[in-house]
Design a protein around this ligand. Structure first.
Ligand code: GCV
Length: 675
């Protein structure tokens, strides 16, 4: 009797947990945990223990052997999966490779992949050695450009209380191959290096370690002055050098596998070596020397632009390229994918390929600062795929993505925003995976509710929606190479007219669009700022010529007359109108697609996405009307008669104040606030 009651309670609890689990909190890791698979290993360790447990609970197939063994074809994190007479063997030279192999196998199972059915061996090695998330999390748990609640790191409770989410976070990252995390904002508080906080950092590092996740910290270059009242932070000063050496030693005593430092220096008001007449290389090298005995690295950001006359898009190159060859081997210069700042579309940063004697790494932004925050669907893999066409993974050993993770139950705010976290990990492992394949994987593992066996009526349409979503955002926000038309401060809505008395010109949209009676766009050709010259010759020639410049970058590189004839035969103005309208129509199509998905997805998730799509559709019209009505004042041309007419007055749009800050927009809070 007692047993029956326990069984009943057990069943109730497990069905409750299944119901609970449809809130997105299980991410792409939703496989049933009741498999009882037979698993053996030739060594025991915490990491191998995790791999064993994952397989025992979820693997439905033949017995698995985990084999730690050197293998010439495998890098440290790589693995081989092969069929043997006893079942399956996962081999890796390192424990973490066994865990990655385990997640790979379970992914193939979840996807019912044919790879499993054949006798083929699977061999996987990651393209980048370091696959790192950058959290822009502040110590008060706000997140700069975070749209999914608060920071996961509960500094007040650490180190004594460890949220379950810490391990769930590590597991999710390991499942897609991410192996590093920078815990705090690049606008770094010196406090993170205090003895008290290092204990907290250690507690997190201890949780992450078995999952192969190394912890890194963003550091404030003036830390020695703030924390210990040194009179200077000059990187050539003996006391400063000593301070950093001691601090580094203190960190490694607590965290022997600490990864290193990420530094934003002399950028947007952050302190740095230039404050003391030193170069970025001198600053980075001083930190690199402190880290070297422990094999730590410095990731030194190239996101710099001073209030000078030089075109902002040229500045990182102008400042960093001359330093090529001056950085220590354990410094990696971290460069945003584009030359300005994570816009919906940018050409790649010309720093890539131009610093032959320096390690570089790309920084992507997973959080959608400039792509509709967590209100808009914008699947970013196609954007990153575009980047890899210009900057192949073979040229670098590391890659970083600015995280979109917070305390929201589903981690990322918008249910589809998880796909960007997933895609970042998968592409960091293998940049050759197509956006299509990754969308396919993510959808199948994440979005369909339990019990749905036939997804064929909806799957292709949902995938299409994801694949087209980023281009839709480009169309309704900033087509044809337009960029930075965002409202002051929050980077959510349009404000191409924005004027802020006394503001730096390069913080205002008019600096970028340069609309006037003649035309629109930033002349970066040889007759303008000549930013084209920073690219390799063949590309420079292509971009420099109005006739050959790809239209998606046209207004990035040229100031183009309104009546210029585009490839379609239409005028630039008409083409611009059509792009804005196409973006709006696309989102309306997404609404229809999503409504058809109702029977296939969890009811709450359905409603959530449906309501966010309504916001996205309204925002798309807002963007279109704001930009077209504003630019029309210059073009003086009619909006083509066959496209939808504006439904707003420009005067009204100019009065819109969202009243949100740079720092925190918990998801859902943007819903038409003050509109
Ligand atoms: C962390 C942009 C963002 C800032 C961010 C900065 C950076 O300017 O708007 O919030 O600061 O990039 O990448 O350092």
């Amino acid at each position: 009797m007692k047993h029956k009651i326990y069984l009943l309670i057990g069943l109730l609890l497990s069905s409750f947990s299944i119901l609970q689990a449809e809130d997105g909190s299980r991410l792409w890791l939703r496989q049933p945990q009741n498999a009882h698979a037979q698993v053996t290993a030739n060594k025991q360790s915490p990491t191998i223990g995790l791999a064993t447990r994952e397989l025992q609970q979820a693997w439905q197939g033949a017995p698995v052997t985990l084999e730690l063994k050197k293998d010439k074809q495998l890098d440290k994190d790589g693995f081989r999966i092969r069929h043997t007479s006893d079942g399956l063997t996962i081999t890796s030279p390192d424990e973490i490779g066994l865990l990655y192999g385990t997640y790979h196998l379970l992914r193939l199972q979840a996807l019912q992949s044919n790879d499993l059915k054949t006798d083929n061996e699977i061999i996987e090695n990651p393209a980048y050695q370091l696959r790192i998330l950058n959290h822009w999390d502040n110590m008060d748990r706000t997140i700069e450009r975070g749209y999914a609640g608060k920071s996961l790191w509960n500094w007040d409770e650490l180190p004594n209380t460890l949220s379950d989410r810490y391990e769930a976070y590590a597991r999710a990252n390991a499942s897609i191959g991410i192996n590093g995390t920078v815990l705090n904002n690049v606008n770094a508080s010196p406090q993170i290096l205090s003895a008290e906080y290092l204990q907290k950092v250690k507690a997190l590092a201890d949780v992450f370690r078995p999952y192969g996740i190394r912890v890194y910290l963003s550091v404030n270059f003036a830390s020695p002055m703030v924390l210990d009242s040194l009179p200077t932070a000059d990187p050539l000063d003996k006391e400063v050098i000593r301070w950093w050496k001691n601090k580094t030693k203190e960190i490694y005593k607590l965290i022997p596998d600490f990864g290193g430092f990420l530094v934003k220096a002399n950028s947007e008001g952050q302190p740095g070596p230039c404050d003391f007449g030193r170069t970025h290389a001198e600053g980075a090298n001083m930190l690199a020397d402190a880290l070297k005995p422990y094999k730590g690295i410095v990731m030194w950001r190239a996101f710099v632009y001073s209030p000078s006359d030089a075109d902002r898009a040229k500045q990182a190159y102008l400042e960093f390229q001359p330093l090529d060859g001056q950085f220590r081997p354990n410094v990696i210069v971290q460069v945003k994918n584009g030359p300005v700042d994570f816009q919906p579309r940018e050409p790649y940063s010309p720093l890539f390929g131009s610093m032959k004697h320096t390690s570089l790494m790309a920084e992507f932004q997973i959080t959608q600062e400039y792509l509709g925050h967590s209100n808009h669907i914008a699947y970013l893999a196609p954007m990153w795929e575009e980047f890899f066409q210009f900057v192949p993974a073979t040229s670098q050993k590391a890659i970083a993505g600015v995280s979109n993770i917070g305390t929201d139950a589903n981690w990322c705010g918008h249910p589809f925003a998880q796909a960007n976290w997933y895609a970042f990990g998968r592409l960091a492992w293998n940049p050759q995976l197509g956006s299509d394949e990754i969308a396919d994987e993510w959808l199948k593992q994440t979005i369909y509710k339990e019990g749905v066996t036939d997804i064929s009526p909806i799957h292709t349409d949902l995938k299409k929606m994801m694949l087209e979503s980023r281009e839709a955002v480009v169309d309704y926000m900033m087509p044809l190479g337009l960029h930075h038309l965002f409202a002051w401060g929050h980077h959510y809505g349009p404000e191409p007219w924005c004027k802020v008395p006394g503001a730096r010109p390069d913080w205002l949209p008019s600096y970028y669009h340069k609309a006037d009676a003649q035309g629109i766009g930033f002349d970066r050709s040889s007759t303008g700022s000549n930013a084209v010259a920073q690219y390799p010759d063949s590309l420079a020639r292509l971009y420099n010529n109005l006739a050959t410049c790809p239209e998606e970058y046209l207004l990035w590189f040229h100031h183009v007359p309104w009546r210029h004839t585009m490839k379609s035969g239409r005028t630039l103005w008409d083409e611009l109108c059509r792009h804005y309208d196409a973006g709006v129509q696309q989102v309306k199509k997404f609404q229809k697609t999503w409504d058809k998905a109702e029977a296939f997805v969890d009811a709450d998730c359905f409603k959530d996405v449906q309501s966010r799509l309504k916001i996205q559709a309204r925002d798309a019209v807002w963007w279109k009307d704001a930009c077209l009505l504003y630019f029309q004042q210059f073009s003086q041309m009619p909006i083509p008669y066959d496209i939808e007419r504006p439904i707003h007055e420009l005067d009204d749009l100019e009065k819109v104040q969202l009243g949100i800050s740079n720092y925190e927009c918990p998801s859902g809070e943007l819903l038409n606030r003050n509109r």
